[in-house]
Design a protein around this ligand. Sequence first.
Ligand SMILES: Cc1cc2nc3c(=O)[nH]c(=O)nc-3n(C[C@H](O)[C@H](O)[C@H](O)COP(=O)(O)OP(=O)(O)OC[C@H]3O[C@@H](n4cnc5c(N)ncnc54)[C@H](O)[C@@H]3O)c2cc1C
Length: 463
Amino acid sequence: MDQNFDVIVIGSGPGGYVCAIRAAQLGLKTACVEKRETLGGTCLNIGCIPSKALLQSSENFHEIAHGAKEHGIEIGEIKLDLARMQARKGEVVTANTKGVEFLFKKNKVTWIKGAAKFLSATEIDVAGTSYTAKNFVIATGSESVPLKGVEVDEKKIVTSTGALELDAVPKHLVVIGGGVIGLELGSVWHRLGAEVTVIEFLDHITPGLDLEISSQFQKILTKQGFKFRLGQKVTGAKVTDAGVTLTVEPAKGGPAETVEADIVLLAIGRYAYTGGLGLDAAGVETDERGRVKTDAHFATNIPHIFAIGDVITGPMLAHKAEDEGVAIAERLAGQAGHVNYDAIPSVVYTWPEVAAVGKSEEELKKAGIAYKVGKFPFTANGRARAMAATDGFVKILSDAASDKLLGAHIIGPDAGTLIAELTTAIEFGASAEDVARICHAHPTLSEAVKEAALAVDGRALHI
Ligand SMILES: Cc1cc2nc3c(=O)[nH]c(=O)nc-3n(C[C@H](O)[C@H](O)[C@H](O)COP(=O)(O)OP(=O)(O)OC[C@H]3O[C@@H](n4cnc5c(N)ncnc54)[C@H](O)[C@@H]3O)c2cc1C
């Protein structure tokens, strides 16, 4: 195997594998190092893809069990075959990881198997062989943040990885952390029959989301049966024969109490992962949170070493990592790769979905930017009524003076798909009026987007 490349990408997650493909497309001799047995990183193996497979299966199960009757469909007793559901998830993951393998072959990207370790700023070691490259791209991703006193065994106290592998539905699942991953995986097991309690340090769930959306989200999940203990912190966990006993205290301090669970999911965030990479040998600097320090063009402090994805600053999202992968590959090929961080959507794949792009109201207030708000509820959308999915609303924020779109937030059916239109609009510098004047097919959920854009100027038609 060749040992000298134009580009060596370290890590084959969505950042790394997309970067490698784009670099190869542009004629660079490219290799990608991966220490996992399969390609695709966290996202394809233990993240986005398996979680969405289980979210879809559990949504189907729940809809058949609880939603069919309203549509006039009578079904006898339904049974859960969890082993089959898990096997299907595995098949979906394999199809995706094999897909990346195929794309590497198609684009002539060399897959170097093993863990990469910098020997110097110009050379890495993988399984005893050294490789050199004109440029290195670090894309080593992230890992689950541990919590003192809560020892993960991936059986009774699990991270998202263990929560994707459970072979029985827990009676009581306690989720530590009310963020996206905890709520998505909490939803999976709740739909399949688990009682779910979420313990969150802050006084609201989904930190970072527009507060009005997150408060509505919490109300909807509570209506579904989720229990929330906000403003509380877990200080210890003891595994017993029956399950796990958690010690919980008010976040601001106060008397401790215990909470019993069959399974505990620890989901308090993820941290940039550079373990064993030998950053010291290369002289690459990290910041106070262990993230690889980069400038606006993904360059580290060492010439010819770059970094992208979860291992650097910014939202830990697969598509953010992918776009950075493309941008750096294009820069290395002499082009002008660029990522617009104002137009990166984020989606929570629960039911209903939650999606956002651009600024929240809180961010605009903090920045002192005057804005207008337009809102439209799904209760007033014909298609949502036909679907029996009227929970939620669309909220659009635009500049008070110019009407330029600044942010969009959706909680409701298919929010993750609907947000694409508003992301496109923001990318093109559109105003709320531009969106309002676009013809939207009837009857579609996207009409709620148009109506919210009309509402920015106080002229929604269907409410
Ligand atoms: C349960 C879960 C659900 C998620 N769902 C979503 C979602 O729906 N949408 C979304 O946008 N994001 C989601 N994410 C986040 C998403 O998975 C990450 O943002 C994304 O994977 C980051 O990509 P990356 O390329 O930076 O790193 P990663 O995907 O973490 O890949 C890094 C790779 O580098 C490898 N590696 C590390 N060190 C070395 C080394 N020294 N040598 C060789 N290889 C190495 C690792 O084995 C890994 O395969 C989810 C995450 C989790 C955990």
